[in-house]
Design a protein around this ligand. Structure first.
Ligand code: VGL
Ligand code: ZN
Length: 213
């Protein structure tokens, strides 16, 4: 049983947005199933932070913004390899909105990421140039957080990148596996778990978390 402490432990719920739900622009299979799990989990945490993928329409990660390119191809950009995605989570559209059944009224902060036109950001901590911080690390340190618990979409992209960056920043990190769903593109899910395991990121199921407050 993992125990939750009110100050040190923070739940980070990643990208619970319509475009990642079945029927959405970048649908994650069974992505909607994380919503009730996260709602339940969030009640065990006094400190919850949400993220929103939040792209300008001209975003560099959209295949449609590169002549002749198709979604799910890879392209080399100045900061490295970038998967090209369908247009998704455009700022202020329905697809970018948080799922209406996500009930986390006590969430304190929403980090919006991927808002720079020329840089993607899977991670809630560091943009894909691996240099531009979102501010989340400083915020978490400032409020005394020590352990980041991560849930949401997608396991192999925004969840994994956020988990790896949280760990690299020195936080304890646990991914709640049944509170996540994956895109799984060319083995990306296996790769993500291998990297998270190697980095010392713990993997639990929601039922193994016990509320102590
Ligand atoms: C995500 C691909 C593109 C995610 C966001 O939330 O995992 N994946 N943008
Ligand atoms: Zn995105």
């Amino acid at each position: 049983m993992a125990e939750i402490k009110p100050v040190e432990d923070v739940l980070l719920a990643v990208d619970v947005q319509y475009d990642f739900m079945p029927g959405g622009a970048l649908a994650v299979a069974r992505g909607d199933e994380v919503v009730p799990v996260i709602n339940r989990l969030a009640r065990a945490f006094s400190h919850v932070v949400l993220t929103q993928d939040w792209h300008p329409r001209a975003h560099v990660s959209f295949a449609a913004n590169h002549a002749g390119r198709q979604p799910f191809e890879t392209m080399t950009l100045p900061y490295g390899e970038q998967v090209l995605w369908p247009v998704h989570c455009v700022q202020d559209t329905h697809g970018a909105a948080l799922h209406r059944d996500l009930h986390v009224p006590h969430a304190r902060l929403v980090i919006r990421k991927g808002h720079h036109e020329h840089v993607d950001s899977y991670s809630a901590f560091l943009e894909a140039d691996r240099a531009t911080p979102t501010g989340l690390e400083g915020y978490l340190r400032n409020v005394g957080a020590k352990h980041v618990w991560i849930a949401g979409l997608a396991t192999d992209y925004c969840v994994a990148w956020s988990a790896l960056d949280a760990r690299a920043a020195g936080f304890d990190v646990t991914v709640i596996e049944d509170a996540c769903r994956a895109i799984d593109l060319d083995g990306s899910l296996d790769k993500a778990w291998r990297e998270m395991n190697a980095a010392g990121i713990a993997r639990v199921r929601a039922d193994d978390i016990k509320e102590t407050k």
